[in-house]
Design a protein around this ligand. Structure first.
Ligand SMILES: NC(=O)c1ccc[n+]([C@@H]2O[C@H](COP(=O)([O-])OP(=O)(O)OC[C@H]3O[C@@H](n4cnc5c(N)ncnc54)[C@H](OP(=O)(O)O)[C@@H]3O)[C@@H](O)[C@H]2O)c1
Length: 259
């Protein structure tokens, strides 16, 4: 892809809570083109009509088969059952993928990684695109050096399909790695209630004291900067799947020795 051309983005889940928030950021980005959008119920409807942007003329399609593009970055915020075959198709077309959808099985994740490697496309599969969630991960890993008793509590809106959240599963995995423990030894609690957006607390307990590392998303615009950064960089991840937002937002900080 020549750098001077806008990056074509195909957005799956464009009518959803998160897809519409990050999609509007893509629309506003001068170096990106919102090339196509996918969602079932509004198939054939103008996305601009739904988003209240008259100059946006993209019409929603139900799947990728109706999209005739040699190259695009597929951005997916849908649900795992339909996302998995969609991602397989995008990779087989040679498209790069930016995946926010959570809830894939381990086998699906492994298979996607194999396809990404064999097709030599780039992939960013990030459980949480918000900077705050990434900072909370770093703080929790640091705290785990000193405090051994920890539990994770996550809360989301009642319509969220997967439980525990991808963010909480990743936090438990990171803590388990840092502490040299089995991931199942770190309890994860889930709350699903109206009024919630996305919330997580990592609670460390010690004799007579508690430390809580808490992150709250009140507005899904929190995910936009991470998604845009991933779209801009994903083509450089040839053949591999990046799971750590830190590698996308500030590579130098996580790789102090350089590339
Ligand atoms: N990584 C992150 O930072 C992050 C942040 C927030 C959310 N998420 C994840 O993103 C996903 C979406 O969350 P959300 O809260 O935005 O959900 P949502 O509001 O329910 O939106 C889901 C979107 O996917 C579309 N969709 C559902 N099934 C589909 C299918 N079979 N084919 C095509 N489109 C389909 C829906 O439209 P139709 O129903 O009309 O098809 C809708 O546009 C979830 O997996 C969530 O965990 C990730």
């Amino acid at each position: 892809m020549p750098n001077t051309q806008p990056i074509p983005v195909v957005l799956a889940g464009a009518t959803g809570k998160t897809g519409s928030a990050v999609g509007k950021a893509v629309w506003d980005a001068h170096d990106m083109e919102l090339a196509a959008a996918v969602a079932r119920r509004h198939r054939g409807v103008s996305l601009g009509l739904l988003w209240g942007i008259p100059e946006l003329t993209v019409t929603l399609t139900a799947d990728l088969t109706e999209i005739d593009r040699d190259y695009a970055v597929l951005v997916d915020f849908t649900e795992p059952e339909s996302a998995y075959p969609r991602l397989v198709e995008a990779i087989s077309r040679g498209w790069d993928i930016v995946v926010g959808t959570t809830g894939f099985s381990r086998r699906e994740r492994e298979h996607l990684a194999e396809l990404v490697e064999s097709r030599q496309v780039g992939a960013a599969v990030i459980a949480n695109f918000s900077l705050g969630a990434w900072v909370a991960e770093r703080l929790a890993i640091e705290a785990s050096r000193y405090l051994g008793q920890v539990e994770v509590i996550e809360g989301h809106h009642q319509t969220k399909k997967d439980r525990p959240s991808g963010t909480a599963k990743r936090m438990a995995e990171l803590l388990a790695d840092a502490m040299g423990r089995d991931v199942d030894s770190i309890p994860v609690h889930s709350i699903r209630l109206p009024g919630m957006v996305a919330h997580q607390a990592v609670v460390f307990g010690s004799s007579g004291q508690l430390i809580t590392i808490r992150h709250d998303v009140h507005d899904r615009s929190a995910y936009a900067a991470g998604v845009l950064a991933a779209i801009r960089q994903v083509h450089t991840f040839r053949g591999r799947v990046v799971n750590d937002l830190g590698e996308i937002l500030d590579p130098g900080r996580l790789r102090p020795d350089g590339p």
